[in-house]
Every structure is written in C-alpha cells, then in structure tokens.
Design a protein around this ligand. Sequence first.
Ligand code: AVJ
Length: 309
Amino acid sequence: MACLPRDARAGLAAPPRRLPPKYFYDARGSALFEEITRLPEYYLTRTERAILERVADDLIAELTPRALVEYGSGSASKTRVLLDAMHARGLLEAYGAVEVSEAALLASARALAARYPALELEGVLADFERPLTLPFADRPRLILLLGSTVGNFAREEAIDFLERVRDLMTPADGFLIGFDLVKEPARLLSAYNDPAGVTARFNLNVLRVLNRELRGDLRPADFEHVAVYDEEAARIEMYLTAKRPVVARLRSIDLELRLDEGERILTELSHKYTPESARALVAGAGLDLVRWDTDADADFALGLARLPS
Ligand code: AVJ
C-alpha cells in the first residue's frame, strides 16, 4: 500500500530528491487532474476517448469479455464507452477496479451501480504497483490500464508491472494499455506547461499533501513547477524547483529539508512511446501485442496485449 512517510523519507532526505506521483491524487489533486484532462493543450484524454469510441465495439466483438477490470477507477467516462459496448452485446456482467483511494473506489462504484443496476462490482483497495489479485478470473476479462498511466513507470518498473499482470491473466483475457506517443517536443511541453497554470497547481498541490499528512510547513510559493522533455529518454520530467533557499520540516517523520535555490524535487516521469518501444515493452513482459489502434495524427495509442498462444 501507499506509504507516504516511508516514501517521503526515502525520496526527500537527500538529493536527487523525488516523490512518487501517486501522492498527487488527494481530493484537490484529483479535481485538478480532471481539470487538466479538459485543457486544450492536454490532448491525451480526449484522444484516447475518441480511439475508444471508434474501436470499442470491434474490440468487444473480438474478445467477448464478460468483466471489465480496471487499474485506477479513473474517469468513468472512458470506462463507460467499453461498458456500453459490452452491454450492447449482452456480455456485461461485472466491473472491478484496483484503486488506492477508497473514496474514488466508492464514488465510481456508486455511479456504475446507478447506471447498470445488474452489474456485479468488486473493488480491490491496493497500491496497483503491487497487483496481488484481480477479480472475476472465472470469466473472460478485459483488463484496462488507460490514460498513459503506464508512462509513470520507469521502463524496468513498467516491465515488472506488466509481468505481474501477465501472471494474473488467463488465455481468455485481454489487457488494453493506453500509450502516449512520441511527438514534436513543443506539443508535449505545452501539454505539461499549460498557460492557465493548472498543471502547475496540480504539481504544487503535492506540497499541501505533504504538509497535511506529515505535519509539514512547506510553502508552495517557495517552489516553481518545471516540466522538461528529455528526448533521449522520451519522457516528460516534472519537478518542483526551489525559487529560493528553503528550510522546512516534516514533523511527523522528523525530517528537516534544506534545499538550495534552484534545487529540485522530481515529482513525475511521463514516458512517451513509439509503436516499436511499446511493442518491445509488452514483449519484454512476455505478452503478445495483438492489436494497436491510434488516432489519425498518431498522438495516442491503445495496445491490446494477450498471453502468447
Ligand atoms: C495520469 C500519469 C497519465 O502523465 O500525463 C498530467 C498525469 N501529470 N499532467 C500524465 C499528469 C501532469 C498524467 N497521467
């Protein structure tokens, strides 16, 4: 499970400082992320939804899943495209979500129960970096890792994660993964540096999480949101950079933080894939990439992985 005291101590005590991105998503952070998904510069969510709308029926016809199992209970709007396609074919029986936040799990369960009264629901309250179990193994499942969530993992961690999912899959299952694709750096940079400053607020919000959860006295005004694109690594790196020398405390873990001006805390990696690197990742985890759907501009892709036959 998520363990902020341990992660904060391990990540913040000394440079290179870093904090796992899962701590962005308290209530305010989740609301800010929803706001990001509606920004004109943040093409990811709407592009993924458009691909889903185009391919959902075909995908469901190919796999005939009777359960949808999702990592992150996410914005139900994308999930619904698939649930509706399953429902239209008379296949929809069950929905399961693996989620760190109990509030998010309950909210999505309530919304889905209202829309599909006969749906069997199961939530797994867990840090999905350690998937231990996935519900509904007794029937064909479509397993989802949407939204470019896979991009948050370093390559090695991504392979480990996919391997663990593979170990939980049966030959009847399909595993649909959303990949943000390598593109012109300027477009990537503007998706993570929106002029309205929503991404900056989202990034800085993690300081408030630290203050609340670890009795801290960090001042968001002392930090600046910085997002850069590393072309070599094909990833966006998000940092909180000290605008001036910072001395702060996290009292719950008895940690004093001293940052020089310009020193930074890595808060997120967001890897971008090519069709080749996505295929290599999936193959590296011992899965076959059996389907690859993109939008017309090849901004985003959905890859379908299955156990090798
Ligand atoms: C939810 C991890 C896919 O990497 O694009 C959005 C989070 N960070 N803007 C991403 C995010 C900054 C997002 N993921």
